[in-house]
Design a protein around this ligand. Sequence first.
Ligand SMILES: NC(=O)c1ccc[n+]([C@@H]2O[C@H](COP(=O)([O-])OP(=O)(O)OC[C@H]3O[C@@H](n4cnc5c(N)ncnc54)[C@H](OP(=O)(O)O)[C@@H]3O)[C@@H](O)[C@H]2O)c1
Length: 247
Amino acid sequence: MTVLVTGGTGTLGRPTVAALRAQRHEVAVLSRKPGAGHRVANLSSADGVDEALDGVRTVVHCATTRFRDIGQTEVLIDAAERAGVEHLVFVSIVGVDDVPYFYYRDKVASEQELIASDLPLTILRATQFHDFVAGFLAPQRRLPLLLVPELPVQPIAVEDVADRLAEIVAGPPLGRAEDIGGPQVLTVLEAARVWQRAHGTQRRMLPVPIPGGMGAAFRAGRHTTGLPGYGRRTFAEYAADHAAAAH
Ligand SMILES: NC(=O)c1ccc[n+]([C@@H]2O[C@H](COP(=O)([O-])OP(=O)(O)OC[C@H]3O[C@@H](n4cnc5c(N)ncnc54)[C@H](OP(=O)(O)O)[C@@H]3O)[C@@H](O)[C@H]2O)c1
């Protein structure tokens, strides 16, 4: 029986597909675009979603708009119930119910809809991906200053999250799995130093405070798991690989 990965073309989805295939699962990718192993469907319009779930026993739900996902989650739940899916694995974010941020509120709504459904379920919350932290820094390469949000992060490699997802797929539904985070907690300023060292740059860094309740929750580390983290690959290793690939 097939494991369907929604968002299997994305940052986390790609290594997840690879980890599942390495475990000899038959894997299909739900994507809006045609491609090898793809089942073309759109979770916003629901087009093709029932067909994409044909013969699927397990779904790993990694698709996101990075903005508002609840509608897509509802479309997937309805179709998965009709298809008799036996395990739906949902990727969420550590601290979504503690940090007042609009995307996190939407994640909580998705978690609640899934819990209220009839689907056997695992919710896995992970901390920020290395790629997400790099997403603050890489686009600023032409600015004279590096603007750095003032908050701690516990970044995790998507490969480490993918390995955990593959482990979860191989076992029974867990309800809420234990949260996972990266191997270190560092400030984004420290991460930016690591990033600059790896890329051979020395730009001045300007810390940018995050205001309000959201900033307070982030500063309190509500989006971290504490140490030791689950992930093994450090941000420095990720930055070194990123720099090598860029040169
Ligand atoms: N970024 C982080 O630091 C972080 C941390 C913890 C958890 N997470 C969670 O991890 C999950 C994966 O995040 P990511 O960063 O890997 O996302 P991403 O790289 O932005 O990938 C998003 C994926 O969603 C798919 N998608 C978007 N709209 C769709 C639609 N209407 N119908 C079908 N597919 C659609 C895209 O597929 P196509 O373009 O091929 O259609 C794409 O593969 C998300 O749930 C996110 O909240 C992220």
